[in-house]
Design a protein around this ligand. Structure first.
Ligand code: GUN
Ligand code: FE
Length: 455
C-alpha cells in the first residue's frame, strides 16, 4: 500500500557532486507515491494534509533517495563473488555464457531472479538497469519479477548473433523478433514510462553482426526505447572490435547503427577517447562507470571528475556490473572514491587519450558526497528521471531508504548490530559519511519505491 503520511525526520540528498543537502527536522508529505510538500516547520503544512498521520523517524535515522544502479547482468547473479580470476573474453566463454544459457529454463529464471531483486533492494537499490539473458521467456519472467518486487526497472533481452557458443547464440532474425516482441509486451503491460520499461540490448559490438545492430537501432527508434550496451571496456575487447571493424570503434559503430542517442547507456567506457566522450556528450548518451568491475576486468578506471569538468553535459552514473563486479552500490561508491585516488597516485595521463591539448584534468577529488551524488541524482538524470527521482523535491516520486545508524553501538531497528560503531557525538553528516564509507545493508531498514514499502 502506498504511504500516506507526514514524515517527520532528517532528509539527506545530493543535488550536485559538491552539495550534500542535510535537512533536519523537516516535514515531508507523501501521498500517491509523490512528495506533495516539504515544510521546515509543522505550522507550514498545507491544510489539505493536516489530517494525515505523522510518522516520526527519530534517533540516528535519516532518509535518503534510493540508489540507482545503471548496469546489472541479472543471469550472472548466481556467480556473484566467484570466478573473477581470468580476463574478460575468457571469462565470458568459460563461466558466463554457460551460466546465462541456463536461463533457457523458465523455472531456473523463476528461482534466481527474485533472489537478485531482494539482494538489490536490501542493499538500497530502488532503480536498476538490467541485462537479461538471450531468452525471451526468461526475460519476461525477469520483468514480471521486477514488477512484483516493486523495484523501478529497465529490462533488456540480451542480443548476440555471433561469437557466442552454439548453445547460446541467436539467429539475427530470432534476436530481432524476440526483442521487438519483448518491447511491445512491456509497453502493453506497463505503458510508456511505466515502472518497468524495456531496453534494447545488444550485448556488445563483438557479439553482434552489423545487420543485428542496425535492426536493433530501428527497433529502438520506432519504439523510442532506451538502449544499453558495453563500450570501450578493455584492451582485449578493443582489439577484438578493431579486428572486426578495422579503423572503427564502439561509439562510432553504435552511432552508425542508430543506437546512440539521449536514451543510450554505455557501460564501462574505460578506454573512451576524448572525441568519443564529446560525441556522447553531444547526443546525450550516458557513461556508466562500474568501478569495481573495471578494476577487476578492465584493469582501468573512468576519470569521472575529468569528464565532469571537460564534458560538463556528459551524463555519468554508477553500475555494479553484477557479476563482473561483486560489489554492491555502496561498494561501488567507495570504489569510485578509491579509483579517483588510483588515478592520482598512478598519475594516469589522460592526455594519452586526449585529442585536445587544452583539456586538463582538474584536480577535484571524488569524496563521499560526490560518490553519493553519482549513485542517486546523477544516475536518475541519466535515465531522464532527474525531475522524478534521485533527490527529494516537491512533485518527485518517493523512492527512499530509511537508514538507521544504530544506538551508540547497539542494535538498530532491525535487531542486528551495525557494522560501524556510533559514539553518540557525531553530526548527522558524519554518520552519513560513515555509512557511505563503512556501512552496509544492516543500515538499510526500510525501502520505498513510489511510496510503497518494498523491502
Ligand atoms: N562485455 C560483454 N559481455 C559482458 C559482460 O557480461 N560483462 C562485462 N563486464 N563485459 C561484457
Ligand atoms: Fe557488463
Amino acid at each position: 500500500m502506498s504511504l500516506e503520511a507526514i514524515i517527520h525526520g532528517t532528509f539527506i540528498d545530493a543535488p550536485t557532486p559538491r552539495s550534500l543537502r542535510v535537512r533536519e527536522n523537516v516535514f515531508v508529505i507523501v501521498r500517491d507515491g509523490v512528495i506533495q510538500q516539504i515544510s521546515s516547520d509543522e505550522g507550514g503544512i498545507r491544510e489539505e494534509f493536516l489530517g494525515l498521520r505523522v510518522v516520526k523517524f527519530e534517533g540516528a535515522r535519516v532518509l535518503v533517495p534510493g540508489l540507482v544502479d545503471l548496469h546489472v547482468h541479472a543471469p550472472q547473479f548466481k556467480q556473484l563473488g566467484t570466478k573473477t580470476d581470468i580476463p574478460l573474453m575468457e571469462w565470458l566463454q568459460k563461466y558466463t555464457f554457460p551460466a546465462e544459457s541456463a536461463f533457457s529454463s523458465p523455472s531456473h529464471a523463476s528461482k534466481i531472479y527474485p533472489k537478485l531483486l531482494s539482494h538489490l533492494l536490501k542493499n538500497g537499490t530502488t532503480t536498476v538497469v538490467l541485462y537479461g539473458s538471450n531468452h525471451l521467456v526468461a526475460t519476461k519472467i525477469l520483468a514480471e519479477e521486477c514488477d512484483k518486487a516493486g523495484v523501478r526497472a529497465f529490462v533488456g533481452k540480451t542480443c548476440a548473433d555471433m561469437l557466442t557458443p552454439e548453445y547460446y547464440v541467436e539467429s539475427t532474425e530470432g534476436s530481432l523478433r524476440d526483442t521487438e516482441e519483448f518491447v511491445r509486451w512491456c509497453l502493453q503491460k506497463w505503458g510508456v514510462g511505466g515502472r518497468v520499461r524495456p531496453v534494447v540490448t545488444p550485448r556488445f559490438i563483438p557479439t553482434c553482426s552489423k545487420e543485428l545492430l542496425k535492426g536493433l537501432g530501428d527497433i529502438a527508434q520506432n519504439y523510442d526505447c532506451f538502449v544499453q550496451s558495453h563500450a570501450a571496456e578493455s584492451v582485449d575487447e578493443e582489439a577484438l572490435v578493431e579486428s572486426q571493424h578495422p579503423g572503427k570503434r564502439d561509439v562510432e559503430i553504435y552511432q552508425e547503427s542508430g543506437l546512440l542517442g539521449d536514451k543510450t547507456i554505455l557501460a564501462h567506457c574505460c578506454r573512451l577517447k576524448d572525441s568519443e566522450a564529446g560525441v556522447m556528450e553531444k547526443v546525450g548518451a550516458t557513461v556508466v562507470s562500474c568501478p569495481w568491475s573495471n578494476i577487476l576486468f578492465a584493469r582501468a578506471t573512468v576519470p569521472i571528475p575529468y569528464y565532469n569538468s571537460a564534458f560538463p553535459d556528459l551524463k555519468i552514473g554508477l553500475g555494479t556490473d553484477i557479476a563482473g563486479g561483486f560489489g554492491t552500490m555502496l561498494d561501488n561508491m567507495r570504489t569510485a572514491i578509491l579509483q579517483d585516488r588510483i588515478d592520482s597516485f598512478a598519475a594516469v595521463d589522460r592526455s594519452a587519450v586526449s585529442t585536445d591539448p587544452d583539456i586538463k584534468k582538474e584536480n577535484w577529488t571524488v569524496d563521499f558526497k560526490y560518490a553519493f551524488h553519482l549513485a542517486t541524482a546523477s544516475g536518475a538524470k541519466a535515465l531522464g528521471m532527474g525531475d522524478m527521482i534521485g533527490t527529494f523535491e516537491e512533485g518527485m516520486r518517493f523512492d527512499a531508504l530509511l537508514l538507521d545508524f544504530g544506538l551508540d553501538g547497539d542494535d538498530g531497528e532491525n535487531g542486528r548490530a551495525m557494522r560501524f560503531t556510533r559514539f553518540g557525538d557525531e553530526s548527522v553528516e558524519e554518520l552519513f559519511e560513515k555509512w557511505v564509507t563503512t556501512g552496509d545493508d544492516r543500515n538499510v531498514v526500510r525501502v520505498w519505491v513510489d511510496g510503497v514499502e518494498v523491502l
